[in-house]
Structures are given as C-alpha cells and as structure tokens.
Design a protein around this ligand. Structure first.
Ligand SMILES: [Fe+2]
Length: 162
C-alpha cells in the first residue's frame, strides 16, 4: 500500500475556553477514562483543510513538554506510513471510519498484528516506553472521509516511520 505525505498546519487563534480544555487533555494523557470524558465534551467542528488523496494534520495545541493535540482530516482511502509513537498516544474518531493495522517489532523486522476498525466515537489509547518513538506501531487507512482527534505526549512527527 502506498502512503501519502500529509499536510501539517497549525490552527490560528483558538478561543481561550478551548485552549484551556486542550491543556486539560494533555494533562490527562496518563488517564484513559479521563481522556474519553474530556474529549467527549469538546466541540471541535472547524474548517480543517483538505489534502487531496491524503490527510491533513492541524495542530491545535502544543504543551510544555512538546505534547500535541491534533485533528486529522482524512480523504477516503488515504493511508499513513507505518509509524511509531511517543510514550502516550490517544486517538479518537470524531467522524467516519478508520482501519488500524498494528505491527510488532521482531528484531529488525515488523510482524503484522491485529487489525482494528474504528468508527465514530471509538478510540485507542496506548502507553509505551518513555523517551522512545517506536511505541504502538501501526498504519492507518481511512475507509471513508474521516476526522480524528490525536493527543500525544510528544511531537508525533518524531514518531519513527518504517
Ligand atoms: Fe498513529
């Protein structure tokens, strides 16, 4: 499968109340239940850019340790590279449907693992090893036009790609 190169941008001037909610989300990264509750209360509709045949990443918030809150807008069929994550990662589907193919590292090779289909409201949360960027290795494909919320304990673009 051929992955695409996403468009990354930063959201301008968010309302102060939303900024405060995003700060709370970052502080809750260790707590899956709290992340679910806080993300359910968010109102994130917005004019997120379209990336033709791909996906866009709009950074909403950057925390003091590099933590990131991001909304991805996916075109149907768009596919990420196989990639790893910082220690903590939370992804929730706001609209649409995503397929997540998981991999595990076996020496220098990757072994395919289970495949998840996430629908609107579904989420994944993963706690890995601190200071590593090869946690929770997966590839994401949009099965339909989709919008997803991503919260990471560090800049997601530092995640290792394979
Ligand atoms: Fe990911």
């Amino acid at each position: 499968m051929v992955h695409c190169t996403p468009l990354t941008c930063t959201a301008p001037n968010l309302p102060r109340t939303l900024e405060q909610q995003l700060e709370l989300l970052v502080q809750a990264l260790h707590d899956e239940a709290r992340l679910l509750a806080l993300s359910s209360a968010l109102s994130l509709e917005g004019d997120y850019p379209r990336a033709p045949h791909c996906y866009s990443r709009t950074i909403l918030h950057r925390g003091p340790q590099g933590e990131e809150v991001m909304v991805a807008r996916w075109e149907a069929g768009a596919c990420s590279p196989i990639h790893g994550h910082p220690e903590l990662a939370f992804v929730r589907v706001l609209e649409g449907r995503l397929r997540v193919e998981n991999f595990s590292k076996c020496g220098k090779t990757l072994e395919p693992g289970n495949v998840q289909e996430l629908e609107t409201g579904d989420h994944i949360w993963h706690k890995g090893v601190a200071h590593r960027f090869d946690n929770a290795i997966h590839r994401v494909t949009a099965l339909e036009p989709s919008l997803s919320l991503h919260i990471y304990s560090d800049d997601a673009l530092r995640g290792r790609t394979f």
